[in-house]
Design a protein around this ligand. Structure first.
Ligand code: G4F
Length: 336
């Protein structure tokens, strides 16, 4: 039985990845902050159905000794480093803590693994935000980076640290350059979930409008359930490498609104208002990925299409808003 460690196991991707690995017969462990252990009802919402099958260890990405302590007590075949401050807008509000958590956290994980578990296969959650002000379209593994936010900069640093540990110390370190990936467990602050949750509340008579920023931004959106399968495949290769994971289709925020509202029989133009507060100081205008390498080398294929993604997110939020929802894991928090 293989043993895997997931940082960020309580997040959207961590919860889907834990399910995926348990299904493959792995023993799954997770690093969680102590505050999460003190507030399990809320913080473990996405993994509450898995709690009797995963082992959780308190540690902080800001504390090397806490990471070292877990790794000294447990051996792992694979480590998926997903934990991060991942909301781009928040990284403009507090770039310092985003940098501290995302860069040092990655460095601590790599340094502790090198010291204690150098044979453990390591996955770093890179991001399409690294391409930022894009130099070519579609973006692939060889496209130069030009990040446009403290978050994007922190991910470039994490990506380069991961590559450096691979090259300098011969460790199995791979990065996934994942384009936007969503689903019913997405946090409410991200635009897709903000749209589907508010459209559902409008439909249920609990809200009257949806305030958004840039409606013309283009993103390449896939389902997180599909993208965690690619993470696992990357760590099963003979040789460590970096891979773009994307749907290859790009849509505007406006198109997402149109489809989501239409799903519940509404015209988005009657409810969506633009609001300066949700514009970013530097925007990533348009992203679309080329996942040819992941398809060829990993044999990865997404199962969800864009309309299917919008539909499952919309149906999930409509069930929540109308009180029909069965007990299913979903995100915590509120849209902003
Ligand atoms: O949903 P978003 O906040 O995601 P963003 O910034 O693309 O980042 C997400 O995907 C990355 C992968 O490429 C991850 F690395 C990252 O951690 C995160 O998961 O915003 C998407 C787009 C942006 O262009 C934003 O300006 O939607 C635009 N937008 C327009 N109005 C809005 C809003 N975004 C948010 N969150 N809220 C709005 O009201």
């Amino acid at each position: 039985m293989k043993r895997a460690l997931i940082t960020g196991i309580t997040g959207q991707d961590g919860s889907y990845l834990a399910e995926n690995l348990l299904g493959l017969g792995y023993e799954v462990h997770g690093l969680v902050r102590r505050v999460a252990l003190e507030d399990p009802e809320r913080r473990f919402n996405r993994i509450k159905h898995l709690l009797d099958r995963v082992q959780l260890h308190p540690a902080s990405l800001e504390s090397y000794p806490s990471i070292f302590s877990v790794l000294s007590r447990h051996d792992f075949d694979e480590c998926y480093h997903l934990a991060a401050q991942s909301f781009v807008a928040e990284s403009f509000a507090d770039g310092f803590s985003t940098m501290n958590t995302n860069i040092n956290g990655t460095h601590y994980m790599l340094a502790a693994l090198r010291e204690l578990r150098p044979r453990c296969h390591f996955y770093f959650a890179g991001s399409s935000e690294m391409f930022g002000k894009v130099r070519e379209t579609p973006q692939r593994e060889t496209t130069p980076f030009h990040p446009r936010s403290p978050y994007g900069i922190s991910k470039v640093a994490g990506f380069e640290l991961t590559r450096n540990y691979r090259e300098a110390y011969g460790m199995f370190c791979a990065s996934g350059i994942l384009f936007n990936h969503e689903g019913p467990r997405r946090g409410f602050e991200f635009v897709t979930r903000k749209i589907t949750s508010t459209a559902a509340r409008i439909k249920a008579g609990q809200a009257t409008e949806l305030r958004l920023g840039n409606l013309e931004a283009r993103r390449d959106w896939g389902h997180a359930e599909d993208y965690v399968r690619a993470m696992h495949l990357m760590l099963q290769q003979e040789v460590p490498d970096d891979f773009v994971v994307a749907s290859g289709e790009s849509h505007t925020v406006r198109e997402f609104c149109q489809l989501a509202f239409a799903e519940v029989g509404l015209d988005y133009r009657e409810y969506v208002r633009t609001d300066e507060r949700f514009y970013r100081p530097a925007e990533v205008e348009s992203l679309v990925g080329d996942a040819t390498k992941a398809r060829r080398v990993l044999g990865w294929e997404p199962r969800y299409t864009f309309p299917e993604l919008v539909k499952v997110m919309m149906q999930n939020d409509l069930e929540s808003a109308t009180g029909l929802k069965a007990a299913r894991p979903e995100a915590v928090g509120k849209a902003r």
